[in-house]
Design a protein around this ligand. Structure first.
Ligand code: PFF
Length: 509
């Protein structure tokens, strides 16, 4: 790529690489284990209406904002927000810290997937996959206070996960450009293989009917709309600094608007497609167990590590083969979301102190590996659940709101829109400003209020209050302090001058 605003900073090999990496970060486990269920619970085919409304009114506008901000300021979230207003660097670190938090617990799912990949060779879970998951894989204790020792196979899976992330990130985004050429198409191909298998099984159509039969009456229920927005935010990896970080490796000629649209549509298309895979298999499972489809359905970990393995055990042939395919699908879906998350955080250290890429990858992976060991303990599953809930339901929502308000009110948004339209395939209108200044913050406020109210009604999942205070609010608050420290540590003098020059060139100051 040619002339850049900041020649020292690395760049994507091409626009194609950037789009692939953005799709890789968005398309993750959420597409397979969250979307199909939400769709099914929220009106089947009719859910596509709130879902695509959420995509176009909030998802794509925010994606344009994040990618555009990164590209324009040539910095990851911490320094990008810091160049809008100095104290906002504090917020930038906090937002990027969410991505560090997410990758630390997201790695747990990858570690389970590694363990299952090995168990697939013998479909070791047999016909009791739930028991197998809880007792043989997690060795789950009675509650979050009974941590127990780490479970060694899970530690092994965790080590493999972090080693993979290190090997991919140690050479920076050029390497990412190459890796995503495998990790993005491969899971799609594997999902297609699973789909062909699923659709040719008896009962598959019953499952698909459950998935898609539209129930338009559900559209009058406000929670369904909020779920659609929540899913869009998580699924597009918004509000965690990921897309700002990835955008910052673009050169000044790369267009943003259409790239965001392609990323958003590819992500939602994959979710819709994954629904067919999941529900054809569940339809089969329902048929052979003589149960109605809703009774075999579970979402999240229950789907990936219980229901799906069960269906695999019950296949007439090639069980191990399909087990391997399924867990490689999960690994390849998750790994590019994981390294995008790490990159979103570590890029701040490069921007501020020019810490070399390899060193950043090495230190982050070492520290994150140690922290993630919490989730490999016998009580780790509960902490995983709590940290996930708080970061997604509170952290990301607050961060998304703040991001819209900062760009909407403190960063000449009209001029920013003209900048985005300058090299654009598709021009965005004033609706974009409206979406970011009023609509998206409003929706996020309603979602946040709903989540907070739920918390007041009763402790999450029946955990003791102090546990959710420590693992949930505690984690978010500790980050406020750590983010403050990172903000206050001065940048290198020479770096400060460079950053200032760069800000002048890009017209920020
Ligand atoms: N978008 C990913 C998924 O759907 O699985 C997960 C994710 C990645 C969420 C990055 C949030 C994030 F910042």
């Amino acid at each position: 790529m040619s002339e850049s605003v900041n020649p020292i900073r690395e760049q994507w090999q091409s626009r194609f690489s950037f789009i692939m990496a953005a799709i890789g970060s968005a398309v993750g486990l959420g597409n397979v284990w969250r979307f199909p269920y939400i769709a099914y619970e929220c009106g089947g085919g009719a859910f596509l209406i709130p879902y695509f409304t959420a995509l176009f009114t909030a998802g794509i506008p925010m994606l344009i904002l994040e990618m555009g901000l990164g590209k324009r300021l040539q910095q990851g979230a911490p320094m990008a927000f810091g160049s809008i207003r100095k104290p906002l660097q504090w917020f930038g670190w906090w937002a990027a810290g969410l991505s560090a938090g997410i990758v630390i617990y997201y790695s747990t799912i990858l570690s389970w997937s590694w363990v299952y990949l090995f168990h697939s060779l013998k479909t070791a879970w047999g016909t009791e996959p739930e028991l197998f998951f809880v007792e043989q894989v997690l060795h789950r204790s009675g509650g979050p206070t009974q941590l127990g020792t780490p479970v060694w196979p899970l530690v092994g899976g965790m080590a493999l996960t972090w080693l993979s992330i290190y090997l991919i990130l140690r050479k920076g985004v050029r390497n990412v450009s190459r890796v995503v050429l495998i990790t993005v198409p491969l899971p799609m191909i594997l999902l297609a293989v699973l789909l062909v298998r699923g659709l040719t099984l008896p009962g598959a159509m019953d499952g698909i009917r459950y998935y898609l039969t539209p129930d338009f009456s559900k559209l009058f229920n406000i929670t369904i709309w909020l779920k659609a927005y929540g899913q869009i935010f998580f699924s597009l990896s918004l509000a965690s600094g990921v897309m700002i970080g990835y955008g910052s490796y673009l050169d000044r000629h790369t267009e943003i608007n259409n790239s965001a649209l392609i990323t958003g549509l590819a992500n939602c298309g994959t979710s819709f497609f994954a629904g067919f895979v999941v529900f054809s298999m569940l339809g089969y499972l329902a048929r052979i167990q003589g149960l109605p489809v809703p009774e075999v359905t579970q979402s999240g970990t229950g789907l990936a590590f219980v229901a799906f393995p069960m269906a695999i055990s019950k296949l007439p042939a090639l069980n191990a083969f399909f087990g391997i395919i399924f867990f490689i699908t999960l690994l390849t879906l998750g790994i590019d979301s994981a390294f995008a998350l790490q990159e979103a955080f570590t890029t701040g250290f490069y921007d501020k102190w020019r810490v070399p890429t390899e060193k950043l990858a090495r230190y982050f992976v070492m520290i994150a590996f140690v922290l993630s060991l919490l989730f490999t303990t016998r009580g780790g599953f509960y902490w995983f659940d709590i940290v996930d809930k708080w970061i997604c339901d509170f952290g990301l929502v607050i961060s998304g709101m703040a991001q819209c308000l900062i760009v909407g009110y403190l960063y000449r948004i009209g001029e920013f829109r003209r900048y985005l339209n300058h090299h654009a395939d598709i021009r965005i209108g004033a609706w974009w400003e409206w979406a970011l200044r009023y609509f998206t913050p409003f929706i996020l406020t309603v979602i946040l209020a709903g989540n907070v109210m739920q918390e007041f009604k009763g402790a999450y999942s029946g955990y003791a209050r102090w546990i959710t205070l420590a693992g949930g609010w505690g984690v978010l608050l500790i980050w406020i302090i750590l983010a403050y420290i990172l903000w206050k540590i001065p940048e290198k003098q020479e770096q400060r001058t460079k950053n200032k020059e760069q800000r002048k060139k890009t017209g920020i100051i």
